[in-house]
Ligand binder design. Structure first.
Ligand SMILES: Cc1ncc(COP(=O)(O)O)c(C=O)c1O
Length: 358
């Protein structure tokens, strides 16, 4: 074992007064706390390249998805589809549902989430705490991801209720528009110096929405989409995976927001690598990131050494690790599913050792 090294000298963080980054001092709606999320420099190379994590779990509900949830509701109101006292129905793995639950509570709607047991228990508990009606698409306790069946049921329920809308996140343009402010925040924080953008792809809203708006002000950003191995947006083979909230499982439709014209590279990361990264990052830095975020960071870390000098890579992290204490950060749960590989954890640890501290 090598001798412990001294901690780096303490340097205070920098602050910005740019309006795109200024949180209001006092708010009276939870949704007014959406946005202004921080950037965390995870590592840098000796040649001046750096990896910055956009910490979207600093949004209310601990995820990026509340950005698009608010946008879907406001746009449906504007089109006259959502009437006072109406009902919102969505198929969700939990994070979109948490956002919709907040916005529904604020604006006087009822919210019904169509869910399955693949969703993290804490996301389901959170929606319930916020007053959501949960409808399980399968009630046999199976942990299988049931995206297609969930969507079918949500649509059927909305068709049967005159006062209800199905927000249909996979095909709703508001899903992409809701992330335009992410591009503004990045451009403001980095003064336009962004070379690469990497993020998870489920519906495609967060990565493609950010990339689309970013392209208007910062041209030429290289965009990398990451999905779990087993997901089909970037091709076969299809198989089950444990990364929650992301990817497109077999049988589900690839969402209209997945814009291949905006994604320069589509890659796949396995559960073992994604979860090892989340676990090692937590131990090494004190930052708790979610499972899909672990996949994004793994892919980014493996690219750092080959980046041209002075490259700034920004990774969009859609949620934090707090919701995964029963899964990604639970040793027995991980071991029972053969998701722990000490060699991979060592690989991530060594990458961090090599790249941190320049
Ligand atoms: C944890 C997590 N990661 C990744 C994604 C994928 O994001 P998007 O649907 O914007 O592609 C989601 C979406 O729900 C998510 O909740």
């Amino acid at each position: 074992m090598s001798a412990p090294s001294a901690p780096a000298p303490y340097r205070p963080p920098t602050y910005s007064t740019h309006p795109a980054l200024l949180r209001p001092a006092v708010v009276s709606r939870v949704s007014d706390l959406i946005g202004y999320t921080p950037l965390f420099e995870l590592c840098a190379t000796a040649t001046g390249s750096r990896l910055l994590l956009k910490l979207e779990h600093f949004n209310p509900t601990g995820t990026a998805k509340i950005r698009m949830a608010r946008q879907m509701v406001l746009d449906a109101e504007e089109r006259g589809e959502l009437r006072p006292g109406g009902r919102i129905i969505e198929s969700t793995s939990g994070n979109t549902g948490l956002g919709l639950a907040v916005v529904a509570a604020e604006r006087g709607y009822t919210f019904t989430a169509v869910v399955d047991n693949h969703a993290c228990a804490d996301k389901l508990r959170g929606m319930k705490a916020l007053g959501t009606e949960l409808v399980y698409v399968v009630d046999d306790g199976s942990e299988d991801l049931a995206t297609a069946a969930r969507e079918e049921l949500a649509e059927k329920m909305a068709d049967a209720d005159d006062n209800a809308i199905f927000t249909e996140q996979h095909n709703n343009p508001s899903n992409g528009v809701g992330y335009f402010p992410v591009a503004h925040e990045l451009a403001a924080a980095l003064d336009g110096r962004i070379d690469q953008l990497i993020g998870a792809v489920g519906t495609g809203g967060s990565l493609c929405g950010t990339a689309r708006e970013l392209a208007r002000t910062v041209p030429g950003v290289h965009v990398i989409g990451v999905e779990p191995k087993g997901s089909i947006a970037f091709g076969p083979p299809a198989h089950d995976y444990y990364q929650s909230g992301t990817g497109t499982p077999e049988g589900a439709e690839i969402g209209a927001l997945v814009d291949y014209g905006l994604i320069d590279e589509g890659v796949k990361v396995g559960d073992v690598e994604a979860f090892a990264t989340a676990r090692v990052v937590a131990r090494r830095t004190g930052l708790l990131i979610g499972g899909s975020a672990g996949g994004v960071v793994y892919e980014a870390l493996t690219r750092m050494a080959d980046l041209p000098p002075e490259t700034t890579m920004v990774a969009l992290l859609n949620d934090g690790g707090e919701k995964y204490m029963d899964t990604v950060f639970h040793d027995e749960w991980m071991a029972a599913r053969r998701l722990i590989d000490p060699a991979v954890e060592r690989e991530v640890d060594e990458l961090l050792t090599k790249l941190r501290g320049h």
